[in-house]
Design a protein around this ligand. Structure first.
Ligand SMILES: CC(C)=CCC/C(C)=C/CC/C(C)=C/CC/C(C)=C/[C@@H]1[C@@H](COP(=O)(O)OP(=O)(O)O)[C@]1(C)CC/C=C(\C)CC/C=C(\C)CCC=C(C)C
Ligand code: MN
Length: 309
């Protein structure tokens, strides 16, 4: 189990290689999709992504994991203090050792990490969202921030499309596109996990949009799949795809060795939306996932898309 409640024992911390190996194992265990993406990266970058992934996973599990019932606002305060220590170069426990080393290699900004903790705080006291604007703030905090956290590792290729006549690139803002990919992933995650979240009394879909399709909270909590639900899901999927499309032009700005892994991660996650459609939008009885053969088939296609400028 992902050891989150690390009580710093009076012993020497793990070595950097031990800490990175732990991060590799956790990433491989908890997210086959992102792990596969990192294997397409150079060693230094993939290790940094593993370190960031484990911090993100630990943060999410404080509120979504087995220990969640013990988590209070003060727990998140202490976690934020531990984050400040890490950014000051002080590892508190073993996984921190990898992130401290990553910080010495890549210019990570602490603010997206703080914002993710703010997103997890929302999960402590909030289980409904009235409008998409409210939900978008949550998605930025728990997922858009991941795009900002990882961008300094992925690297932005400043040579790409700086010519004034390159109108496409001129309109590009890598930070906005990185956030858009995170939001697209989170919206997909929400659609995939509607049933699971409902079991925990959480409804992320905006209530005003349920009403738009004459679908009630009670219908959702009872897992009702009918034409109203399918219309509501078509609307949600269409919007999630818009955020994926928005992020695509940002991938052109990334360092060449990051474009393939990010295209792969984007296509693999977006593939979940296709599976939800194939499952006739029944996300209550069937968990949508991309089968492994299809995942592997995505890789050469992602490689080709990464070549296009
Ligand atoms: C290949 C690559 C760079 C991957 C990034 C890997 C990474 C660091 C992911 C962190 C994921 C995480 C655990 C975040 C904590 C909060 C949370 C759970 C967010 C949701 C992720 C889903 O995780 P999972 O699939 O494991 O689902 P369950 O928890 O099991 O339900 C999210 C959906 C957010 C994921 C967001 C991203 C991966 C951001 C992607 C954006 C970029 C890589 C930026 C690319 C840059 C440009 C310019 C486009
Ligand atoms: Mn969560």
């Amino acid at each position: 189990m992902l050891q989150l409640s690390y009580s710093p024992r009076m012993r020497t911390l793990a070595s950097q290689s031990e800490a990175y190996e732990y991060c590799r194992q956790i990433t491989a265990k908890y997210s086959k999709t992102f792990y596969l993406g990192t294997l397409l990266m150079p060693e230094e970058k993939r290790r940094a992504i593993w370190a960031i992934y484990v911090w993100c996973r630990r943060t999410d599990e404080l509120v979504d994991g087995p220990q969640a019932r013990l988590t209070t606002p003060e727990t998140l305060d202490r976690w934020e203090q531990q984050l400040e220590s890490v950014f000051a170069g002080q590892a508190i426990d073993d996984p921190d050792v990898a992130l401290v080393d990553t910080l010495q290699r890549f210019p990570l900004d602490i603010q997206p990490f703080r914002d993710m903790i703010a997103g997890q705080r929302m999960d402590l006291y909030r289980s409904r969202y009235e409008t998409f604007e409210e939900l978008k703030l949550y998605c930025y905090r728990v997922a858009g921030t991941v795009g900002l956290m990882t961008s300094p590792v992925l690297g932005v290729d400043s040579s790409v499309g700086r010519a004034p006549w390159d109108w496409q690139q001129a309109a590009c803002n890598p930070a906005e596109e990185a956030i858009a990919l995170g939001i697209a992933n989170q919206l997909t995650n929400i659609l995939r996990d509607v049933g699971e979240d409902a079991q925990r009394g959480r409804i992320y879909l905006p209530l005003e949009e349920l009403a738009l399709f004459d679908y009630t909270e009670e219908d959702l909590l009872n897992g009702v799949v009918d034409d109203r639900w399918r219309e509501l899901m078509r609307f949600q999927i269409q919007r999630a795809r818009k955020f994926f499309t928005e992020s695509e032009k940002g991938i052109r700005s990334l360092s060449p060795d990051s474009r393939w892994p990010v295209w792969a991660a984007l296509m693999l996650y977006q593939g979940i939306l296709d599976v939800i459609e194939q499952n006739q939008y029944d996300v209550f009885s069937t968990r949508a996932y991309v089968p492994k053969p299809q995942k592997l088939l995505t890789l050469p296609i992602a490689w080709l898309r990464a070549q296009a400028l």
